[in-house]
Design a protein around this ligand. Structure first.
Ligand code: ACO
Ligand code: KIV
Length: 512
């Protein structure tokens, strides 16, 4: 189609996505996500909110330096300090740098939060855009809580920020309140009532409080919006943001009725989703559209019959289109480093030689015990073996006595600050005994907040994957561990969380 319009994809996984409780990422993790986002070929990566903390500033700066073709955005409130700080962080991106400044425009926000009149908000917004435009022509302005803003006022704000130099104007549904028909009308109203609207791209940024973020974004695109802001797996503040994979695949799959496309390389979607889950520990629900474990699974006989006859009977898009390939090279104990490394690359992992070797040793050990090695097993190996921090604590060996008549007892040997220590502790169950033993050996005061267990793949020889969330002095960390023995996986997750806590506390000069 000649008249197909390209919709810009603005990914905010590293900024709004990181505002999800539990989704905080360190700089190295952000760099890995940013590299994956460039593979996806998103137009803009919002890398953070530089004034928020030294860590955020550094992360934006490092992402700006390390990336090659995506534009890099940094968020700032509408004041000089934030904007100057954002620019300092973004500068290494050169012409790819975008300053994203915002201020709320709804009556509720202006009255209770900002304590500003409409005129003060306009003056502040215009001044912010002008200051940002002094650094770069690539300025985006967001009218926070636009959906609950008086429409003629919203139109006035949009007109004035465009006149001040904004090249992209975002109309966010900050609280996930709108519905598709209303949002369509808002965008259409702005298109018809802002005299200079064609000098800027209208952007949309939807939250999912009513489960409508993707539907609303789609409606806005149909009304003329040219940029969609979204996150991998839909993570974000509260119920999350518009999910990148859903909006992109909706536009790709329904080009028959919507003349739009994106430049996203959809074949990298699945790897991106996996990488984010591995890094944050926020797992995707099995029935999640596009990237859930069941998204391309067919259980019912009638469906299976249809699929065998002709895939399009029950599949509106192919698994291959999101990078979910049937593993052509079967990985097992006879596989070598080349096949193993190639599969990891296909899954989105770029490991250096040393990390690849470490992962390969783990893979061989697993292949000796387990018949089939699935992609999920490889994800677990990488999560467990590579996504690591400096280790003050290491599991040396452990043994569990448990059953229906004896009191569960864990015997655990650990390396603590280079010295091997051993203890045996009883508990109400094998996991309880294990955690008590680890606590005793490490003298940790951290509180266990959450513990989850899952089988990574099917069958009784499946690897178990555990996550442990610990809290100490207001800091929360998430540890992960995988092993064929679920109790060993639990211990590894607990120890991984303790090591993360040490690293967090060291950075803030605390102690355990
Ligand atoms: C809708 C969104 O997602 S917006 C982005 C939300 N993300 C975040 O807030 C995460 C990062 N935030 C932070 O680290 C901190 O909130 C900071 C560093 C930005 C500010 O911290 P503090 O200075 O301690 O202020 P605090 O967060 O308590 O309050 C916000 C202040 O900014 C003001 N403010 C809020 N939005 C804006 C804006 N867009 N432009 C200018 N000022 C604003 C508020 O009125 C308040 O001002 P006051 O301190 O004079 O009362
Ligand atoms: C800063 C803006 C874009 C935002 O995150 C929101 O309104 O939800």
């Amino acid at each position: 189609m000649d008249n197909v319009k390209t919709i810009k994809i603005f990914d905010t996984t590293l900024r709004d996505g990181e505002q999800s409780p539990g989704a905080s990422m360190n700089i190295d993790e952000k760099l890995r996500i940013a590299a994956q986002l460039e593979k996806l070929n998103v137009d803009v990566i919002e890398a953070g909110f530089p004034i928020a903390s030294e860590g955020d500033f550094e992360a934006v700066k490092r992402v700006a330096k390390a990336t090659h073709h995506s534009q890099i955005a940094g968020l700032s409130r509408a004041n000089d300090k934030d904007i100057d700080c954002a620019w300092k962080a973004l500068k290494p991106a050169g012409e790819r740098a975008r300053i994203h400044t915002f201020i709320a425009t709804s009556d509720i926000h202006m009255k209770y939060k900002l304590k500003m009149s409409e005129q003060q908000v306009i003056d502040t917004a215009v001044a912010a855009v002008k200051r940002a435009a002094g650094y770069t022509p690539n300025v985006e302005f967001s009218a926070e809580d636009a959906v609950r803003t008086r429409l003629p006022f919203l139109a006035q704000v949009v007109e004035e920020v465009i006149a001040a130099g904004a090249k992209v104007v975002n109309i966010p549904d900050t609280v996930g309140y709108t519905i598709p028909s209303e949002y369509f009308n808002i965008i259409q109203y702005l298109k018809e009532n802002v005299s200079n609207v064609e000098q800027a791209i209208l952007s949309v940024h939807c939250h999912n409080d009513l489960g409508l973020a993707v539907a609303n974004s789609l409606a806005a695109v149909q009304a003329g919006a040219g940029q969609v802001e979204c996150t991998i797996n839909g993570i974000g503040e509260r119920a999350g943001n518009c999910s990148l994979e859903e909006i992109v695949m909706a536009l790709r799959t329904r080009q028959d009725i919507m003349p739009f496309k994106t430049d996203v390389v959809t074949e990298h979607i699945y790897a991106s989703s996996k990488l984010l889950s591995t890094i944050t520990g926020i797992v995707v629900q099995p029935n999640k559209a596009i990237v859930g474990a069941n998204a391309f699974a067919h259980e019912a006989g009638i469906h299976q019959h249809g699929m065998l006859m002709e895939k399009s009977t029950y599949e509106i898009m192919t698994p291959e289109s999101i990078g979910l390939t049937q593993n052509k090279l079967v990985l097992g104990k006879h596989s070598g480093r080349h096949a193993f490394g190639m599969r990891l690359t296909e899954l989105g992992y770029e490991l250096n030689k040393e990390d690849l070797n470490k992962a390969f040793v783990r893979f061989k050990a697993l292949a000796d015990k387990k018949k089939d090695i699935y992609d999920e097993d490889l994800d677990a190996i990488v999560a467990d073996e590579i996504v690591r921090i400096d280790e003050r604590y290491k599991l040396v060996e452990m043994n569990i006595a448990s059953g229906s008549f004896a009191a569960p007892t864990a015997t655990v040997a650990m390396e603590v600050d280079g010295k091997v220590k051993k203890t045996a502790v009883m508990g109400s169950g094998p996991v309880d005994a294990t955690f008590k033993a680890i606590k005793k050996l490490t003298k940790s005061q951290a509180k266990l907040i959450d513990f989850t267990v899952g089988a990574i793949t099917g069958g009784t020889d499946a690897q178990g994957e555990c996550t442990v969330r610990l809290k100490f002095e207001g800091r929360e960390v998430l540890g992960q561990g995988a092993h064929l023995d679920i109790i060993v996986a639990s211990a590894k997750a607990y120890i991984n969380a303790l090591n993360k806590l040490v690293s967090v506390l060291q950075r803030t000069a605390g102690g355990l």
